[in-house]
Design a binder for this molecule. Structure first.
Ligand SMILES: Cc1cc2nc3c(=O)[nH]c(=O)nc-3n(C[C@H](O)[C@H](O)[C@H](O)COP(=O)(O)OP(=O)(O)OC[C@H]3O[C@@H](n4cnc5c(N)ncnc54)[C@H](O)[C@@H]3O)c2cc1C
Length: 425
């Protein structure tokens, strides 16, 4: 081992859960080291839709400035087998994930936190005294190889997502993967399809999965899907299955139209610039161990239909920091298990119900018909029974997402500046 390093808290993974934990702990006075195996900014398979609940958590973290340049989403078009419902879904935002996550890390560094990109962590079994040891392999520079650092931390927050490797080999950390679980796929279209309206999430449900599309503030389009792996094989790849689902969803216009068949400028503008896949999505595992808490996707995920993953990750981070308080105690893990259940079981139950429904084409087609008659149902479903909940400052969630009273928060993370879309306009 080349080096040793002591720190109050080591956070593994710099997505919303990890960067949220790192910021929260830093603000509580912890000395924090945040590591991610990727160099930042990095891509992440995601649809990029931040729900109202996510906005509320961002406000609690003082990060509303990250929404600068993002596009508001207020409506959704849901299609299946030629049926269509236009819904109000509250006030979400379409964000560029690479930029959003890098913005959280930048704010952490601005406040004095230490971040290592290109640093792969592996947690060792057991604790030594009041420290947990983690081996970190860190890229030192192009062509200069890796340095290995032994980090001894008072607490380790594992936030390394669905495909994380930091807990590999530990006796308690195996995944329970649900039967029939789907895989995630996402892509970014460099410039948006002209048919896709700004401010609306387009969701097509079909046999073998569903595909969501949303236009970002800069015109590019986030495409994300959850697909049955066996259907992907039969279709000849994820992109073909996604194309088929979109084509059958409505007017026969597929995802590939304008990409494959376009010519000249049009074809170039519709280029798929980045495509990413995930391991199977619906899974769970233990929430921690001695001096270690697991937060965000790293402790389990369901499916992205309701677009709540980032919100759950941010909320999980806030709750985990709260539970940890001023330091590890014998009750920390059990309190984290209770807090996690309280905060996330309800919304995850809704997500499971939706997952069940979208796998039954007749029922889901009927549900789309129902939603077409009562578009307001979408808002109720997306906010859940606590739709009127207020932010930490006592502000109504809806008012908050519309941008009322936000001017002071905007720019916190990005160093100020005018808001181009949404808030304050
Ligand atoms: C197809 C798809 C579409 C989605 N669409 C949406 C959506 O529209 N809206 C929404 O809110 N959510 C969506 N989600 C879910 C959302 O992307 C996740 O829930 C969210 O990113 C979880 O955040 P996280 O911080 O827990 O993990 P992640 O964002 O996955 O971050 C984990 C980090 O850990 C790092 N890491 C992994 N292993 C190691 C290691 N050994 N050492 C160091 N670092 C490591 C990774 O590089 C990564 O940066 C979608 C998911 C999928 C799959």
């Amino acid at each position: 081992m080349d080096e040793e390093f002591e720190v109050d808290a080591l956070v593994i993974g710099a997505g919303p859960a990890g960067a949220g934990c790192a910021l929260g702990l830093l603000r509580r006075g912890y000395g924090v080291l945040l590591v991610d195996r990727a160099m930042f900014p990095r891509e992440k398979a995601c649809g990029g839709c931040l729900s109202e609940h996510g906005v509320l958590s961002l406000e609690r973290l003082g990060l509303l400035g990250l929404l600068e340049g993002a596009a508001r989403i207020e409506g959704m078009r849901l299609r299946q087998g030629g049926r269509e419902a236009r819904l109000e879904i509250g006030h979400g935002w379409a964000v560029d994930r690479a930029k959003f996550d890098a913005g959280m890390v930048a704010e952490f560094e601005r406040l004095g936190g230490k971040f290592w990109g290109g640093a792969r962590a592996r947690v060792l079994e057991g604790v030594e005294g009041d420290r947990r040891t983690v081996e970190v392999e860190r890229c030192v520079g192009v062509g200069e190889g890796v340095s290995r650092v032994r980090v001894r931390a008072g607490v380790v927050m594992v936030c390394d997502g669905l495909g994380g490797t930091s807990l590999d080999g530990l006796s308690w950390s195996g995944w329970r993967i649900e039967r029939g679980s789907r895989m995630g796929v996402s892509a970014m279209l460099e410039a948006g399809e002209s048919r896709l309206e700004a401010g609306r999430l387009e969701m097509d449900v079909g046999v073998g999965g569903y595909v969501g599309r949303v236009r970002l503030g800069d015109g590019r389009v986030h495409v994300a899907a959850a697909l049955d792996p066996d259907r992907v094989k039969r279709a000849g790849g994820p992109w073909r299955l996604m194309d088929e689902i979109v084509r059958r969803g409505g007017d026969g216009v597929g995802l590939m139209d304008g990409i494959e068949s376009g010519s000249g400028r049009e074809a170039r503008e519709h280029r798929v610039v980045r495509m990413r896949g995930t391991p199977l999505l619906s899974r769970s595992r233990g929430l921690g161990d001695e001096r270690l808490l697991v937060v965000g996707d790293a402790c389990g995920y369901i499916e992205p239909f309701t677009g709540e993953g980032m919100a759950w990750a941010l909320r999980g981070a806030i709750e985990a920091v709260e539970v940890l308080g001023d330091g590890w105690s014998v009750t920390t893990l059990s309190r984290w298990e209770r807090a996690h259940a309280c905060a996330l079981r309800g919304p995850q139950r809704v997500c499971r119900a939706v997952r069940w429904l979208v796998r039954r084409p007749r029922l889901s087609c009927g549900a789309i018909g129902l939603l077409a008659c009562w578009p307001g149902l979408g808002v109720w479903l997306s906010r859940g029974p606590r739709g009127g909940m207020s932010s930490g400052g006592g502000m109504d969630l809806v008012a908050l997402c519309r941008g009322e009273g936000l001017k002071k928060s905007v720019g916190t993370a990005s160093g100020g500046g005018e808001v181009r879309h949404g808030f304050g306009v």
